[in-house]
Design a protein around this ligand. Structure first.
Ligand SMILES: [Zn+2]
Ligand SMILES: [Zn+2]
Length: 805
């Protein structure tokens, strides 16, 4: 028997190994194995198994597999299939994808140990080596060598069956926390107790396996002790302790008020029915849930999870970033308790391993996570939910360049289950797919808690302020100042949004026009007044502020443009007594600080919040009734065809923040282009009409979704080398491109230099995905690339790019 094994490296093909007799049963696809590679032993994953060798391989050159690890496949079959698809679609090595998706502990190569099988065969002083440091009959080769035992002796003991080989990770010592739980020991039909049926069985069906003692106590009320003792005696339940990982998981959880379940609106009910109907019928189907901000999408997600779990299937829920997980975690755990596995970068390696295993084995039925969670195992998955599907955080923009939303769709397709993409501002792509019938469109057109004046009063009032008419280039317009003062006096919160941190956007010489740029990036440096330095927002480089212009050495520099720090200073002047909370990357160094700040805002401790896009996403702040967008045109400057879409999404999202409880919200949009169609759509809450106009212009300019797009990026520290390499690649691409495929460039990337690397790119447009796949595969296999790589030029393929910067 033979197996193809994929090493966790950039090697672009898998290797064939012979499976020894004793491993024949264990060697399954998705399982980790140790295999010999040249003179070393390496970790790999079995991709498939077969009985006869293909013709192009000779038996004499095939080596034998050394060992199988774990108690079963770590990558279940459907996930392995997904990784293989992703490797082909994104033209990225499978080994590196597997490496990227596995928890750190599973990609570490375990060490060789020996287990003592026949203790009495060895003298006491040797035997004791196997019982050191709490190990039960296990010793490493090194430990044996230190005791003077030669390797031929070890081999002799092995042959006699005294020792056997095992592979273990070097021990990781993390103290285990325990929590008190109640386990169920009986099946429902064995129980003839009404109270047990009413209270305990529903608990066990939402928390399979075990329920927290405290939850049981709460549900049973005052006489909990009596009931528990009685049922333990009958042998229906058991009180016990199990390892508690929730403390480690939840360090970032926000204190969100946990409400509900609410009575569903008719719109919500219709959405539920459609999705459940598809789940019932089976097979792949995709839904776009377009629900305005505050329309109760989350409640729909929670109910769907409930129903899918009741059918004994799992759910995968993706959210775009960790800050939103901290908000969702409380909600999901209040409904599903221990059945929720979390997946984000803030988890300790041991916790990540636990979550992975628990999800794979079905001990946790819901996986709630960020982008990379799309590659976690979910036992018997019955539904995938992608929240805020338009968000660019789903796109990974280095190394393995994938879009988790698109991968999720493929995953649902492989599994033959429904997928629900939700957003208040769907991507133009998904909107198009829904319009053309590829997705089914579901709509939640109104907010759930309507104001007293009827349905139309629930969406915030949006006012567009023409900044060209404001005198003296003010940061806060007269109208915004007026409303901020009134809001402050009423004790309500104001949110000011500006997608640029720092004090001034750039430092410019008033005489020669020289702009201070980063030495490593072709990006203007931003002035930060607090530290009195210039910072590069790409690489983080810091420069002192020069006293005179570095170029002409005659004039003093002036600072132009505004950032959040400047806005904060303005608010301080306007409302001297107010507490201001600034939330941007300068004030938020890590998740803990962010969560602390968000909690403070939610408790109403700050009266004015100044923030960047960190605040534009899904957060629900009940006390905010006024939002000011300081410089709404900022996003238009992005040299990319998606600039309008991204700006519109941010503005619609930010405008959805205020007034989500009883009061009606108010939004002030400050702009120098009030005639732009984005603002027209915005003030009438007509996101769809924005999408329709955007689609029209994309069709004329032939951009996605009307064509498929990809981008090849070449970078090098050497300006001339990258120029020669990209032009050689460009002419090669033109030679091989078939009709219907368009090659644009090579051209210098908009950010021509980043972190000291010179950057060029070539864009590809094609009519179909198949044409694109063919072309990208040929490019990846182009021999000349390897020559250039040796000379320090790097190439990356970015399929379906989000931004081409
Ligand atoms: Zn100058
Ligand atoms: Zn820089």
């Amino acid at each position: 028997m033979f197996a193809r094994v994929q090493l966790l490296t950039g090697l672009d093909k898998s290797l064939t190994y012979e499976v020894p007799e004793n491993l024949a049963e264990e060697a399954l696809p998705g399982r980790r194995v140790i295999v010999p590679v040249i003179k070393s032993q390496q970790l790999g994953i079995i991709v498939n198994k077969f009985n006869a060798l293909p013709e192009n391989e000779q038996i004499g050159r095939i080596r034998r597999m050394v060992a199988c690890l774990d108690d079963g496949p770590v990558v279940p079959e459907d996930l392995l299939k997904l990784c293989i698809w992703a490797s082909e679609y994104y033209v990225y090595p499978l080994g590196l994808i597997l490496r990227a998706i596995l928890p750190e502990r599973l990609r570490m190569k375990p060490r060789l140990y020996y287990r003592l099988e026949i203790p009495e065969a060895l003298p006491e002083e040797v035997r004791s080596i196997f019982f050191r440091r709490g190990r039960e009959g296990v010793a490493s080769r090194e430990a044996l060598a230190r005791a003077g035992i030669k390797s031929w002796t070890i081999r002799r003991w092995e042959n006699r069956g005294v020792l056997s080989r095992i592979f273990l990770l070097p021990s990781t010592s993390s103290p285990k926390r325990l929590r008190r739980v109640v386990r169920i020991l009986c099946s429902p039909d064995q129980v003839d107790d009404r109270k047990f049926h009413e209270i305990m069985l529903p608990l066990f069906s939402s928390f399979p396996g075990s329920v927290d003692y405290s939850t049981v106590r709460e549900k049973l009320g005052n006489n909990y002790r009596y009931w528990i003792r009685k049922w333990v005696k009958k042998g229906w339940i058991k009180e016990t302790e199990e390892e508690d990982t929730s403390v480690l998981e939840s360090i970032y959880a926000q204190d969100v008020p946990v409400e509900g379940p609410f009575e569903l609106t008719n719109h919500q009910k219709t959405v539920m029915e459609q999705v459940l109907d598809a789940a019932e019928k089976g097979g792949f189907s995709s839904f776009l849930l377009y629900g305005v901000t505050g329309s109760g999408k989350t409640e729909v997600y929670l109910r769907l999870c409930e129903r899918v779990l009741a059918r004994d299937r799992g759910v995968l829920v993706l959210v775009p970033e960790i800050a939103l997980i901290t908000q969702m975690e409380a909600l999901f755990k209040s409904r599903f308790g221990n059945s929720v596995a979390l997946w984000h970068s803030g988890l300790e390696p041991d916790v990540k391993l636990d979550q992975w295993r628990a999800a794979r084995d079905g001990l946790k039925r819901i996986v709630l996570g960020v982008r990379s969670a799309v590659f976690t195992p979910v036992r018997n998955c019955g539904l995938i939910i992608v929240d805020e599907e338009h968000d660019s955080s789903y796109k990974q923009d280095d190394r393995f360049r994938y879009n988790a939303r698109d991968v999720a769709i493929m995953r649902a397709d492989i599994l033959g289950i429904p997928i629900l993409l939700g957003s208040a501002t769907p991507s133009v792509q998904s909107y198009f797919d829904a319009k053309t019938g590829k997705y089914r469109l579901l709509v939640l057109p109104e907010r759930i808690r309507s104001g007293e004046g009827g349905q139309d009063d629930t969406m915030p009032v949006i006012e567009v302020v023409d900044m060209r008419r404001e005198k003296g280039g003010k940061i806060l317009s007269g109208r915004l100042r007026e409303l901020m003062i009134a809001n402050y006096q009423k004790g309500m919160q104001t949110l000011l949004f500006l997608n640029r941190r720092g004090f001034a956007a750039c430092a410019l010489c008033g005489r020669c026009g020289h702009m201070v740029e980063c030495d490593l990036c072709s990006v203007a440096m931003t002035y930060h007044a607090g530290e009195n330095v210039l910072k590069c927002h790409y690489c983080g480089a810091i420069k002192e502020v020069p006293t005179v212009c570095p170029k002409c050495e005659k004039s003093v520099l002036v600072f132009l443009g505004i950032g959040t720090e400047r806005v904060e200073a303005e608010v301080r002047k306007l409302l001297p007594g107010a507490r201001i909370e600034r939330i941007d990357r300068d004030t938020v160094e890590n998740m803990e600080i962010l969560v602390k700040k968000l909690n403070a805002v939610r408790r109403g401790e700050a009266q004015v919040i100044v923030g960047t896009q960190m605040l534009s996403k899904g957060h629900d702040f009940p006390g905010i009734s006024l939002t000011g967008v300081i410089h709404a045109d900022l996003g238009f400057g992005l040299p990319d065809f998606r600039a309008g879409e991204i700006t519109a999404q941010q503005l619609f999202q930010v405008s959805g923040r205020p007034g989500r409880r009883k009061t009606r919200g108010h939004v002030i949009i400050q702009t120098y282009n009030p005639e732009h169609y984005i603002f027209k759509a915005l003030s009438s809450h007509a996101y769809q009409s924005f999408c329709d106009l955007e689609l029209k212009s994309r069709k004329i300019l032939s951009y996605p979704p009307f064509v498929k797009m990809a981008r090849v990026i070449c970078t090098s520290r050497d300006r001339d080398e990258v120029y020669r390499a990209v032009h050689e690649l460009g002419s090669f691409m033109r030679r091989i491109a078939k009709e219907g495929v368009q090659i644009l460039g090579p051209a210098p990337a908009p950010y021509f230099r980043l972190r000291g690397l010179y950057r060029w790119h070539i864009l590809v447009k094609s009519k179909t995905g198949r044409e694109m796949s063919e072309l990208l595969r040929v490019i990846a296999g182009y021999d000349a690339l390897n020559l250039w790589r040796r000379r320090g030029v790097a190439f990356a393929i970015d399929r379906d790019p989000m931004l081409c910067l």
